[in-house]
Design a protein around this ligand. Structure first.
Ligand code: GTB
Length: 217
């Protein structure tokens, strides 16, 4: 059955792979699944046709026959539960890998998003300079224990899993701030994720979209 995802017609990051379709592409590549991509403009995302797929008018979405999903955590979990390569066979290890997926989107990603918003949207405010260090420290408050937990292991819980895929995807957004490099083992962990051939294919696919010449008309 054909899998179709949606992605930005043109990502604001110009192809750095930070938009969330990259993590879905990565999961599909890890699972060896072919997929199609429907590109949507910011305007189209807010129209009824897209909101029938995504109530909040965002990307990515995931269609597989009659099944329509949104939320990258749910999409990656769906892929991982039905295809080999992203979750361990042992039931307890599967539960732990799923826990790391939730930790990535629920515990680690929120302060990283807060930081991105502070930098992108609040720079012109009078209180930005005062607030920014506090927001950065809230990110460090998550990075420190994560770094301690990972230690010198390659992945969070044994072999690479969907938990690592989500965590690396979340941490990638932190690179530009310099905070990722304050934690050498986490920077190396992210680099290990990016070095995977499945990630490379996912990254190249989204980059091709975002660096292609814009067609007129
Ligand atoms: N929790 C949802 C999920 O995980 O699927 C969040 C989905 C989401 O935030 N989607 C964003 C979106 O559609 C794109 S990824 N935004 C448009 C809107 O809300 O109107 C977020 C994103 C956008 C741009 C960059 N960038 O340029 O660096 C990075 C990440």
């Amino acid at each position: 059955m054909t899998i179709t995802i949606t992605a930005f017609e043109r990502s604001p990051d110009g192809g750095k792979g930070l938009a969330r379709d990259t993590r879905v592409r990565w999961a599909l590549e890890e699972a060896g699944l072919p997929y199609a991509v429907r590109l949507v403009s910011f305007q189209a995302m807010k129209e009824l046709a897209h909101r029938a797929l995504h109530p909040f008018g965002q990307i990515p979405t995931y269609e597989e026959g009659d099944l329509v999903l949104f939320e990258t955590g749910a999409i990656v979990l769906h892929i991982a539960q039905r295809h080999a390569g992203l979750l361990p066979a042992d039931a307890d290890a599967r539960a732990r890998a799923t826990t790391w997926m939730f930790a990535a989107v629920n515990t680690v990603e929120p302060p990283i998003l807060e930081l991105a918003n502070a930098v992108l949207l609040e720079r012109d405010t009078t209180w930005s300079t005062e607030r920014l260090p506090r927001v950065q420290d809230r990110v460090r408050d998550r990075m420190r224990p994560l770094s301690e937990f990972l230690g010198d292991a390659d992945w969070l819980d044994g072999a690479f899993s969907a938990g690592d895929l989500m965590m690396v995807s979340v941490l990638l957004r932190l690179r530009a701030s310099g905070i990722l490099d304050e934690f050498a083992n986490l920077a190396a962990y992210v680099a290990r994720g990016e070095a995977r051939s499945a990630y490379q294919r996912a990254f190249a696919a989204q980059r091709a979209v975002n660096t292609a010449e814009i067609k007129e008309g």
